[in-house]
Design a protein around this ligand. Structure first.
Ligand code: AMP
Ligand code: MG
Length: 474
């Protein structure tokens, strides 16, 4: 076919037990609902070609672009703490890797592309809701400066998938610097397959840490990347919702936008996922869960590292790495350019006051330095008390108030994808109106600058609008 993508499929050159080779299952009538033109250009792909009938057929899984080598990746994982020795891509296929003009390598994956040997009881399909959600949130994360998988395109399939109800089917084209997960290592560790572990370590180092040489180097790199990533999530009030080890990448990118949500009214133990009954993946538990997941990675790599002592030493670095990344994030959220001993306490005091006063996470930080911040608090005096301490601290800085306000507005977003807005976009989309979806995506491309027309998107949900629970996107 005519669609020419610059494929170079390094994962497909790994041993055959790493994956199952198969083609996407065609869909009835692929129809493009979103194409990410800046991302296509970043990858060195021609957006016009992707929008042609052949391009759309490829994005729906009906046509295989030249050079693609579709395969379902094998992986294992701890789901809510229980080890499942075989998960794998049950509704996704890696089409291949494209090498961008600057040499960077990206996986192109179709999600919702039909059954694979790893589908278990699932149908291998996705419905429009989770596809829209992942498109909206992953692109918002990218615009917010958070390492993340991206969304290149979304197509409707013209088919119905059966969930609680018959729903329109869709396929997402996901872009990632790789789809290697903690669970990919666990898959081979559980099979005592040292040779495969060795090959996977080398492959992961080549892709994500070209200076690294050993399994221990890789573990250290993942620990550092995840510490930085989780600190950034915390700075946005982001709750991933399903931090299973198969949903934690080696690259340090956020992956899997199933039941995720941004906190509206702040509470440190906010949970949204309907299946997270014990709050294992609550906002404030995310650093501890990351540490637990990294310990599983260390265990999987142990045969290569040789002894537990160096692995333990690496793991023990995580809490400090996280704390310093967290301090950096929150210092900049408070407009501080210098470091001082009380800074963490100052940030925590604000968070505690926010929790006691049901303050909206995003809007409180956005309003810092303006008259409006106190309005976010049930008891505005609580904010005033904190603000006096903040002002005292700011007096030690040489920034001008104007520069500080600019800096605050460049780090504290005006708009994040609020769950009620995502749900609104999805329900409109299901009934054929994609305008709210496109409007939300557009506003989220520039989350630090909000136009007057979009000010409603920054508003916290009213009591009637609150969406208390989110659901895994199957
Ligand atoms: P997730 O909760 O998205 O991380 O998925 C966990 C596992 O379930 C992965 O192995 C998925 O591929 C698989 N899975 C989820 N939904 C489906 C589906 N509709 N069909 C087949 N497999 C699925
Ligand atoms: Mg997953």
């Amino acid at each position: 076919m005519s669609l020419d993508l610059p494929f170079d499929n390094s994962y497909g050159r790994l041993p055959e037990r790493f994956y199952s080779r198969l083609e996407p299952t065609p869909v009835k009538e692929p129809e493009l609902i979103a194409l990410n033109i800046p991302l296509a250009e970043r990858l060195g792909l021609d957006p016009d070609a992707l929008a042609t009938p052949d391009g759309v057929a490829a994005l729906g899984g009906n046509l295989l672009p030249d050079g693609a080598d579709p395969l379902a990746q094998a992986y294992a994982g701890h789901q809510f703490g229980n080890f499942v020795p075989q998960l794998g891509d049950g509704r996704a296929l890696l089409l291949g890797e494209v090498v961008a003009p600057d040499g960077a390598r990206f996986d192109l994956q179709l999600k919702g592309s039909g059954p694979t040997p790893y589908s278990r009881m699932g149908d291998g399909r996705a419905w429009l809701g989770p596809v829209m959600r992942e498109y909206i949130v992953s692109e918002a994360m990218a615009a917010l400066g958070i390492p993340t998988t991206r969304a290149l395109a979304a197509v409707q399939t013209g088919e119905i998938v059966l969930r609680e109800a018959p729903l329109p089917g869709a396929v997402l084209t996901r872009v990632a610097s790789s789809h290697i997960r903690v669970g990919t290592f666990q898959f081979f560790a559980a099979r005592d397959d040292r040779e495969a572990l060795e090959a996977l370590v080398q492959h992961a180092l080549e892709r994500h840490q070209p200076d690294g040489e050993t399994a221990l180097d890789l573990l250290d790199g993942v620990i550092e990347r995840q510490a930085r990533l989780i600190a950034k999530w915390m700075g946005l009030g982001f709750v991933h919702g399903v931090m299973n080890t198969d949903n934690m990448t080696i690259s340090g990118e956020t992956i899997d936008y199933g039941p995720c949500a941004f906190i509206d009214s702040y509470h440190p133990l906010r949970v949204f996922s309907s299946i997270d009954h014990a709050g294992r993946y609550a906002y404030g538990r995310q650093p501890d869960v990351a540490m637990w997941n990294l310990a599983q990675l260390a265990m999987a790599l142990l045969p290569l590292i040789g002894s537990s002592e160096p692995a333990q030493k690496s793991l023990d670095r995580f809490p400090d790495l996280f704390r310093s990344a967290w301090s950096e994030v929150f210092r900049s959220k408070l407009g501080l350019t210098s470091q001082s001993d009380g800074d963490d306490a100052l940030a925590n005091d604000l968070l505690n006051a926010m929790a006691e006063n049901q303050a909206d996470f995003t809007n409180t930080f956005r309003a810092l330095g303006t008259r409006h911040a106190r309005d976010e608090f049930v008891d505005p005096d609580a904010f005033d008390t904190w603000e006096r301490a903040w002002r005292d601290r700011l007096a030690q800085e040489d920034t001008t108030p104007e520069d500080r306000l600019d800096a605050l507005r460049a780090i504290n977003p005006a708009v994040i994808p609020r769950t009620h807005r995502i749900e609104e976009a999805i329900s409109s989309g299901v009934s054929g109106d994609l305008a709210p979806f496109h409007r939300l995506n557009k506003a989220l491309q520039t989350p630090f600058v909000l136009s007057e027309d979009d000010s409603d998107l920054a508003r916290a949900p009213t009591q009637d609008e609150i969406v208390p629970q989110t659901f895994c996107g199957t």
